[in-house]
Design a protein around this ligand. Structure first.
Ligand code: KIV
Ligand code: ZN
Length: 515
């Protein structure tokens, strides 16, 4: 059995199915670039049959990424498979990933198909995909709740039809690690042509065991893991790439394989994905959370100083953490700025984007004397976002707040090229400011989430605000940063409104819903 563990990243496809996580084509290319730098073997770039936008995103990623294999998802039907084939045509190395559900509940209630029809569709889709690429993956959706005899039969047939990877997903996050590992071992044993393919695992985190299940499968013989940066994905998310890669790398005494990833780019990838999708990373998240390597309790600090591995089982720098030193200040020049950005894995798509980021850095340095790496990460994301063709832009905000009086916000926004101002009161400055936005941009929407996070330590830290808005059944996330958290809140709100206008409705390949 191979000692190479293939890392298949599906942040751009399954991650994007997470409500509010939709990304523009350029954002997808930026994420694909960092995945390529990380050394990800296969990048699932999207589901081309969903829309023209999704098709173009896959096509653009396929044309710009050379070191990772680019994969497109297709349901097991002729239309999807030919759309996928067309989208990946320009890739240096490509793959079609076709799937169909195999569990009784999915076949009856969702597909309304008999097992025989499912079997035939699976084989036909793999044959069709093989006609345009020699790298075809087949997934039995909801395998975790499927009948094993049926799985053996369908996997044997798709392997005969030309699939080179077979994927066993726990689509609904239902199985337990021991059970899933045993199921993997049995399937690999029972399928007569199992030695001709790579077995892959794909787990969701509904019961919090997506990573444990994936690792159990690796232990049982899986040699491809499907995962996402930060564990982004539908509902409770997918198995997290950084946790799987670091578990396998750290426990080489336990796992008989390893990935080829350059893990020093993990943190940059995590931050980029969080920044683009508006999903903040929880502080206690393994590997990439702010506390992951912060040994705060006195006893730990003492232990770590005496001998590092008393409490640290990994080196922070191996996953991209550097001491959060003051890197730049008011007097730093463009070259120092550019060099630090390169060290942080932050790329600019043009000189204009770099100049814009540098101007923002200067503005920030006027307000905040010490600029940390974390500030620079956020600033880069904001500069890229501000280059988008957005209809709403923040201009200014004046707020008045005094104990006993209703807070007042006077807000000016640029709306489709001209400035509009609204003055409102509310139950607090954030509420007053959001009402002012609503006056300028009326709409029937619900604020599903509002959270504030300090980017660095200290009371002059920039506040990073995340909001989630729902309008006409669509959900989007918005993020904003500023040293003033009310301004950061307004920026997050208008970022979400811009996304509601810019991002098209999306079709979910699994549920068939449009959101
Ligand atoms: O969760 C799942 O089953 C999937 C398939 C499309 C592989 O995402
Ligand atoms: Zn999935």
């Amino acid at each position: 059995m191979s000692s190479e563990l293939i890392i298949f990243d599906t942040t751009l496809r399954d991650g994007e199915q997470s409500p509010g996580a939709s990304m523009t084509v350029d954002e997808k290319v930026r994420i694909a670039r960092i995945l390529e730098k990380l050394g990800v073997d296969v990048i699932e770039a999207g589901f081309p049959a969903a829309s023209v936008g999704d098709f173009e995103a896959v096509q653009k990623v396929a044309s710009q990424i050379g070191d990772s294999r680019i994969c497109a998802l297709a349901r097991a039907n002729p239309g999807d498979v030919s759309r996928a084939a067309e989208a990946i045509r320009g890739a240096r190395a490509s793959r079609i990933h076709t799937f169909i559900a195999t569990s009784p509940i999915h076949m009856q209630a969702k597909l309304r198909m008999s097992p025989e029809d499912v079997f035939e569709k699976a084989v036909a889709a793999v044959k069709q995909a093989r006609a345009s690429t020699d790298d075809v993956e087949f997934s039995a959706e909801d395998a975790g709740r499927s009948d094993e005899d049926f799985l053996c039969r369908i996997f044997e047939a798709v392997i005969d039809a030309g699939a080179s990877t077979v994927n066993i997903p726990d689509t609904v996050g239902y199985t337990m690690p021991e059970q899933f590992g045993e199921m993997f071992a049995r399937l690999m044993n029972r399928i007569p042509n199992a030695d001709k393919v790579v077995f892959s695992v794909h787990c969701h985190n509904d019961l919090g065991v997506a990573v444990a299940n994936s690792l159990a499968a690796v232990k049982a013989g899986a040699r491809q893991v499907e995962c996402t940066i930060n564990g982004l994905g539908e509902r409770a998310g997918n198995a997290s790439l950084e946790e799987i890669v670091m578990a396998v790398r750290t426990r080489q005494d336990f796992f008989p394989c390893d990935s080829r990833l350059d893990t020093t780019h993990i943190l940059a990838a995590s931050r980029l994905v969080s920044n683009i999708t508006g999903f903040p990373v929880q502080p206690n998240k393994a590997i990439v959370g702010a506390n992951a390597f912060a040994h705060e309790a006195g006893i730990h600090q003492d232990g770590v100083l005496k001998q590092r591995d008393t409490y640290e089982i990994m080196r922070a720098e191996d996953v991209g953490w550097s001491a959060n030193q003051i890197v730049l200040g008011k007097h730093s020049g463009r070259n120092a700025f550019r060099e630090r950005m390169v060290a942080l894995d932050i790329e600019f798509s043009s000189e204009a984007e770099l100049n814009l980021a540098f101007d923002r850095f200067k503005e920030l340095a006027d307000k905040k004397h010490e600029i940390f790496d974390d500030d620079l990460q956020v600033l880069a994301g904001d500069s890229a976002a501000s280059q988008r063709d957005e209809t709403l832009r923040f201009v200014s905000l004046k707020t008045v707040s005094q104990t006993g009086d209703a807070p007042v916000a006077e807000l000016t926004l640029e709306k489709a090229g001209s400035e509009e101002t609204a003055k409102t009161t509310g139950d607090g400055l954030v509420d007053a400011s959001f009402r002012a936005v609503d006056d300028i941009v009326p709409g029937d929407r619900a604020l599903l989430l509002y959270s504030v996070n300090a980017i660095t330590a200290g009371s002059d830290s920039q506040g990073e605000v995340s909001v989630r808005l729902q309008e006409n059944g669509r959900i989007v996330n918005g993020q904003g940063t500023d040293t003033d958290i009310v301004v950061a809140s307004v920026k997050a709100y208008i970022n979400a409104l811009n996304k509601l206008q810019l991002s098209p409705q999306r079709f979910n390949p699994q549920s068939g819903e449009t959101v």
